[in-house]
Write a protein that binds this ligand. Structure first.
Ligand code: NAP
Ligand code: MG
Length: 405
């Protein structure tokens, strides 16, 4: 069989532990037999981040900006315990995802992989709901204050010109707690652009919700910026793609999401996204089936799994045991990257390969062949067989070979 050609390389960011093992197996079994793979390889494994003083993470992020499409393996974010486990570490290196997100000025979109045999907790959800969480500011960069005596709090903005604006927050007669939050026009605009870009790439409707009836200036600014971006830049493309941008109050959005069939992207402010993304993920089933895409305002995309490096399975693997770790989210990171690369480079065969890889993976699960984590989630009576990661990948490869023949 002739392998599928690529023109522009993908930025490949390798990672740690069990997901690094799966990474190699996926390439070997599901990619290299079919694709003449071109990548720019960056080893983001913890030891190489340490050896390069984390420069490799920065280089990888810049490569993603330059080439436009990246695929990333899960990586260890070191904590105190990891410093003991890896005595060679010279520093508690920062989260690679945080570093990459800052360089790409990106928004992360989390989407579940859905299957008929694993029904979401909300029975009318037939298609995935993708959550986009704004990752800057609000409560996460707030300052808090606790006071005891009667008095008044004011909020002062001092401009670089020296001009001041002062607002009375509240007079109190006893103890009180206070919080000051901010967000930046530029960050909100980048968030909006990433959301519109991603909705276009997925050809899915975009929902956005805030509480602008109460926070008229604060949330009102989010609403206004989204509207401006839509009207000025994206409306024509949305209409051409047959998708809509829909703004509604967060209370109304929550009610509509529960009654919906799914199949759209829901953009949320930082706190709302923090809470709702965990609810949506849990309602769809398994962390092992959640994918994630980091999208920058210019349309650069970095695809990955939402889960971590699955440390507990890795320790068993190192003892020589076969593990039944679920590779679905990592496979879909690769397939998403191939589809995007194929679209940008006008390589229909590469797009089709990404689609075929997803179809073969889903059909394998639908045939009842799955990793152990999914067994408790399938519908009662559905016949299943628990297999190791290796057996699961071989079963997908067999289907993929037939599909591409
Ligand atoms: P985790 O790796 O996501 O795993 C937590 C548990 O979830 C696992 O022990 C396993 O449960 C289950 N699980 C997750 N993914 C699975 C899969 N693909 N197949 C089967 N089961 C799966 O989270 P963690 O243990 O909290 O974090 C481990 C390391 O990952 C940390 O060093 C953290 O820094 C890193 N991390 C990286 C990223 C990223 O790079 N994007 C994200 C999160 C965490 P059972 O053990 O019960 O089977
Ligand atoms: Mg959360």
């Amino acid at each position: 069989m002739e392998t599928i050609k690529m023109t522009t390389p993908l930025v490949e960011m390798d990672g740690d532990e069990m997901t690094r093992i799966l990474w190699g197996m996926i390439k070997e079994t599901l990619i290299l037999p079919f694709v003449d793979l071109k990548t720019e390889y960056y080893d983001l494994g913890l030891l190489n981040r340490n050896a390069t003083k984390d420069q490799v993470t920065i280089d990888a992020a810049h490569a993603a900006r330059r080439l436009g499409v990246a695929v990333k393996c899960a990586t260890i974010t070191p904590n105190r315990q990891r410093m003991e486990e890896y005595p060679e570490l010279t520093e508690m290196w920062k989260s690679p995802n945080g570093t990459i997100r800052a360089i790409l000025d990106g928004t992360a979109f989390r989407a579940p992989i859905v299957l008929p045999c694993i029904r979401p907790a909300v029975k009318n959800w037939a298609a995935p709901i993708t959550v986009a969480r704004h990752a800057y500011g609000d409560m996460y960069k707030a300052v808090d204050l606790e006071t005891e005596e009667p008095g008044e709090a004011t909020l002062t903005f001092r401009g670089r010109s020296g001009a001041e604006q002062v607002l009375s927050v509240q007079q109190v007669e006893g103890g009180a707690v206070w919080q000051a939050q901010h967000n930046k026009e530029s960050s909100i605009r980048s968030f909006a652009r990433s959301c519109f870009q991603y909705a276009l790439s997925q050809k899915q409707d975009l929902w956005f919700s805030t509480k602008d009836t109460i926070a008229k200036v604060y949330d009102g600014t989010f609403k206004r910026i989204f509207e401006e971006e839509y009207e000025q830049t994206y409306r024509a493309e949305f209409e051409q793609a047959g998708i809509t941008y829909f703004y509604t109050l967060i209370d109304d959005a929550v009610a509509r999401v529960i009654r919906s069939k799914g199949g759209f992207i829901w953009a949320l402010k930082n706190y709302d996204g923090d809470v709702m993304s965990d609810m949506i993920a849990a309602a769809f089933g398994s962390l092992a089936m959640m994918t994630s895409v980091l999208v920058s305002p210019d349309g650069t995309m970095e695809f990955e799994a939402s889960h971590g490096t699955v440390t507990r399975h890795y320790y068993r693997y190192r003892k020589g045991e076969q593990t039944s770790t679920n590779p679905m989210a990592t496979i879909f990171a690769w397939s998403g990257a191939f589809r995007r690369r194929g679209e940008l480079d006008r390589l229909p065969d590469l797009v089709r390969f990404g689609e075929a890889l997803e179809a073969a993976s889903l059909e394998t699960l639908e045939s009842g062949v799955m990793t152990g984590d999914l067994l408790p989630l399938v519908e009662p009576g559905f016949p299943v067989r628990s297999v190791t990661s290796g057996e699961f990948l071989d079963a997908i490869a067999a289907r993929l070979t037939k599909a591409l023949a």
